[in-house]
Design a binder for this molecule. Structure first.
Ligand SMILES: *Cc1c(COP(=O)(O)O)cnc(C)c1O
Length: 228
């Protein structure tokens, strides 16, 4: 287990370096269904931060703080907000005014958050659509305790797709990058938007080619997730 994870992380870091020489692209190890021990191996091998998509699972695993930033990347329910604030260093899945309100109300000091984007407008996924972003960011000034450090984008699954559909995903990634740059240029003090989190195990190579600053990998680091 130790060697496999270490080797995978090193191979991914090399690919980052090859496609984006001289730039910093962060590798997030997505540790859902994985143990704390596996997470720590990935960090030791060079992953920069951790991502979890369920509050309860993350509480069980990381009640003792891990030695790297821990991000929430799954849908956050308002009744879990109070736990999420103590546990996570950032919430990357802000997808509604409702959750922004709930977080803002509970927080005592500003917390880094990201807008979640449903790039393919898939009904099965959470996240806002491209056309909602400008309006949402303009309103975000009211949430004094939220600091929008970036965008996390979700894309249609890439595995087993035809080359036509794969091209569509790449185009969506490019479009997301453009949207991100435009939003950055608004220069809202509450939304520096330095991060663009896109790319998972099936499609991170394309995300690297289209300008991501953070890739979120589970399977590519730890192997296939056990079926529950
Ligand atoms: C599970 C998950 C990932 C990682 O998925 P892999 O395909 O295993 O790399 C990335 N982002 C989110 C939001 C996830 O829930």
């Amino acid at each position: 287990m130790y060697e496999q994870i270490t080797e995978n992380v090193q191979r991914i870091l090399e690919m980052i370096h090859r496609i984006r020489p001289g730039e910093t692209v962060k590798l997030m190890a997505v540790t859902k269904t994985r143990t704390r021990e596996e997470a720590l191996i990935a960090l030791q091998a060079g992953a920069h931060l951790l991502g979890e998509n369920k509050v309860q699972e993350a509480l069980n695993k990381f009640s003792e703080k891990p030695p790297a930033p821990l991000h929430m990347i799954g849908h956050l329910q308002t009744n879990k907000v109070k736990y999420a604030i103590d546990l996570f260093d950032a919430i990357d899945s802000i997808d509604s005014e409702r959750i922004a309100d709930a977080l803002n109300r509970r927080l005592k000091t500003p917390m880094p958050v990201m807008l979640e984007i449903n790039a393919g407008k898939e009904p099965s996924k959470t996240g806002m659509f491209f056309e909602d972003v400008q309006h949402f960011l303009a309103k975000a000034e009211q949430w004094k305790n939220l600091r929008f450090i970036g965008m996390m984008a979700l894309f249609p699954a890439a595995a087993d797709k035809s080359s036509d559909e794969k091209k569509k995903i790449r185009d969506l990634m490019k479009e997301t990058g453009e949207l991100w740059r435009i939003a950055q240029q608004e220069g809202f003090p509450w939304a520096p938007l330095t991060e663009l989190s896109m790319g998972m195990s099936e499609d991170y190579e394309w995300a690297l080619e289209t300008g991501t600053t953070m890739i979120r990998l589970g399977t590519a680091i730890f192997g296939p997730r056990p079926k529950t």
